[in-house]
Ligand binder design. Sequence first.
Ligand code: SAM
Ligand code: SF4
Length: 337
Amino acid sequence: MSNAPRLIDPFARAITYLRVSVTDRCDFRCVYCMAENMTFLPKKELLTLEELDRMCTTFINLGVEKIRITGGEPLVRRGIMTFFDGMTRHLESGALKELTVTTNGSQLDRFANDLYSAGVRRINVSLDTLDPEKFTRVTRWGRLEQVLRGIETARNAGLRVKINTVALKGFNEDELFTLTDWCAREDMDQTFIEVMPMGDLGNEDRVGQYWSLKELRATLSERFTLTDLPESTGGPARYVRIEETGQKIGFITPLTHNFCESCNRVRMTCTGELFMCLGQEDNASLRDVLRANPDDDAPLVAAIERAIGRKPEGHDFDYSRQKPDGQVSRHMSHTGG
Ligand code: SAM
Ligand code: SF4
């Protein structure tokens, strides 16, 4: 079964992709993402696992075909496998075409097989360095060995793994080829993400600075032949193939505007706020509507449709001017990256 898209925004874009943050908590404290002493939301603010299921099911009924689960660290949310198991019915019916996860990899050793059983086939694992000491420095609390073990378990379970790497000048610049060679050897695609200045994370922990992906790409092309790939996922990623190794490399520049015209996605936070655009603050609170109508989905559907009706054409060009330091006040762990 496939649902015809029912969520069409004012610019005739069909919204078929939902990213869902299932927790704001994390077992790491990556320096570009969180402060060391984070205050997390009280539990009652969060959507329960049942509410998450109802919310996602409603979006699927409205034509969403792809859901990515993120966080915080999604796999530290207690009972999260119950949620994944619940989504299996939508994968089996064909209404949901793909269920994916973005994870820091720390819990994969435990959960990779369960994810596969639930119907997940591809995951993104964030990894910025292959040096154990640097890994602990950038994540503050993480251990590289645990993540590498998790990746291995995931691949043995049959999950296709893509590595997400935040480009940090003076931090992983010298590991560019080590990382791409490792991904090529292990047959994993890789995506580089341009670092966004987020919130106030404390300057003492700055491990790197802005490294433009244009520059990174130029360095890659000194050694490899890069062929642009036409494919677009409707998101801020552009892809190339490295001819010498056959691997696919993505470049994510989250705040560029050149992808807005094909934007097919919205994001939901763990408290049920729907963000129609990563670069804008406008959001719709769906949680209260959901809680106020436990037996009737119609008001929730109406609230979602109203929100999609407000999806902007693209990032606001004045946005960076309003915030001269270029900061986005929300943390990535809140909107789910
Ligand atoms: N905890 C999971 C993880 O690390 O993959 C999922 C959530 S995390 C917020 C999602 C992605 O956002 C990660 O790949 C992370 O590297 C990226 N990210 C976090 N803060 C960022 C920032 N300031 N700029 C660019 N990417 C960032
Ligand atoms: Fe946690 Fe992911 Fe943020 Fe790192 S990037 S602190 S792993 S949520």
